[in-house]
Design a protein around this ligand. Structure first.
Ligand SMILES: NC(=O)c1ccc[n+]([C@@H]2O[C@H](COP(=O)([O-])OP(=O)(O)OC[C@H]3O[C@@H](n4cnc5c(N)ncnc54)[C@H](O)[C@@H]3O)[C@@H](O)[C@H]2O)c1
Ligand SMILES: O=P(O)(O)OC[C@H](O)CO
Length: 363
């Protein structure tokens, strides 16, 4: 019980939640639940780990990347440093609500993808579910105050792709079996106590999306299949036959209505700060071309060399004549060699100057 565990916390400790979900009773995320459970002095020590991370693969040392979120960037950085290793790379974020909503909602879509695959639908259907599902997750997350860019990160797109396509997922497995015709109660009874969190989250999301006034036809459809016994094929046809609309609805730009007030996506983006633009190194200028004189010498030398070589190789001649030809060719090539070396030295010098200037500028 987190409430009981909270009593054991020591002043120097931080708490990292790895759970994903939304409370059916209160529609709160794990973060909101924990904030209410831990003593006030620990609230600033809560961090949240999320992202594409099948436990079995992490345990086997497979390369994994996740997001560590905390309201305080310093705390996120501390946990990030503590947990990262060459096999487990942590990124950090201060968008706790975005990370939490994304982690909870992907479970519902994983069930949907499982159902789609179980029914025998193809790759197109799965890709459409993932993409349009992410759009619904984004709308809901933005309505809860999240940064929409978090949805394209590990906790959003990353975990969504993992659970919608990876057969280690419990949620996807439940969907697959539902799609093949098994009953939910039988599937759950056979799972040995393991929980497919998308099953209860589908209920929470339907309530939440209706409360927030955010249209989520896929989430609604999944709820009908899982909890109302609707025929999945029919639900797919209905969802596909809805009124045609733009891919990105104006309401997500102009403002999603949250409890009567508008959340403007552009304002959310602006609050997130300017996009990170790494300093772009100035392109080094091209080295100066070799002086015209050297170019002429180069051309002439090349032509003479070709002629001399021809006379040696094609015309043959006595050994004395061939030796003379080789000497003529060597002499003819000398200006070319000098010109090429001059051009090369110019290039190297040019590059060195650029390097020094750019270093000096950085300093
Ligand atoms: N297993 C993974 O690959 C994985 C990866 C990343 C994140 N997670 C997240 O970690 C969390 C735990 O996953 P897991 O794989 O350990 O699940 P699990 O099903 O193996 O274990 C969950 C445990 O929680 C207990 N439990 C369930 N409902 C409870 C309740 N109301 N009160 C108290 N205890 C309850 C169960 O008895 C069980 O012991 C989940 O939120 C999951 O999304 C799991
Ligand atoms: O097995 P699932 O479907 O609960 O997914 C486990 C994790 O959430 C994957 O990141």
């Amino acid at each position: 019980m987190p409430g009981e565990a909270a009593k054991l916390l020591q002043p120097h400790q931080v708490m990292v939640s790895c759970s994903k979900g939304i409370s059916l009773a209160s529609l709160e995320t794990v973060e909101e639940l924990l904030e209410g459970l831990v003593p006030p002095q620990f609230r600033s020590r809560l961090a949240y780990l999320s992202g594409p991370s099948f436990a079995a693969e992490v345990a086997a040392g497979q390369p994994t990347a996740v997001t560590v979120a905390a309201k305080d960037d310093q705390l996120a950085a501390r946990v990030q440093a503590l947990l990262s290793n060459p096999r487990f790379r942590c990124y950090r974020s201060t968008d706790v609500v975005g990370v939490e909503i994304a982690g909870a909602l992907k479970n519902v879509l994983a069930i949907a993808c499982g159902i789609s695959d179980g029914l025998g639908f193809g790759n197109n259907a799965r890709a459409a579910l993932i993409t349009r599902g992410l759009y619904e997750i984004t709308k809901l997350a933005v309505a809860r105050g999240a940064n929409p860019l978090t949805m394209s990160g590990l906790a959003g797109m990353g975990d969504l792709v993992l659970t919608c396509t990876g057969d280690l997922s419990r949620n996807r497995t439940v969907g697959l079996r539902l799609g093949r015709g098994e009953r939910l109660t039988d599937i759950q009874a056979s799972m040995g106590g393991a929980v497919a969190e998308g099953v209860p989250t589908a209920v929470a999301i339907r309530t939440l999306s209706r409360k927030l006034g955010v249209e989520c036809p896929i989430m609604e459809g999944i709820h009908r299949v899982i909890h109302e016994g609707a025929n999945a094929q029919k639900v797919v046809t209905e969802v596909m036959s809805r009124e045609l609309k733009p891919e990105v609805a104006p309401d997500i730009i102009k403002g999603v209505i949250v409890n009567g007030s508008s959340t403007n996506l552009l304002e959310v983006l602006a609050a997130a700060g300017p996009p990170h633009t790494p300093a772009v190194a100035e392109a080094p200028p091209l080295p100066p071309p070799p002086p015209a004189l050297e170019m002429v010498a180069l051309k002439e030398a090349a032509a003479t060399a070709v002629e001399s070589t021809k006379s040696i190789l094609v015309e043959g001649g006595s050994s004395g004549e061939r030796a003379e030809g080789r000497e003529r060719a060597e002499v003819a090539m000398r200006p070319a060699t000098v010109a090429v070396m001059a051009a090369g030295a110019g290039a190297v010098l040019g590059a060195a100057v650029v390097l020094i200037v750019s270093r000096w500028r950085r300093v």
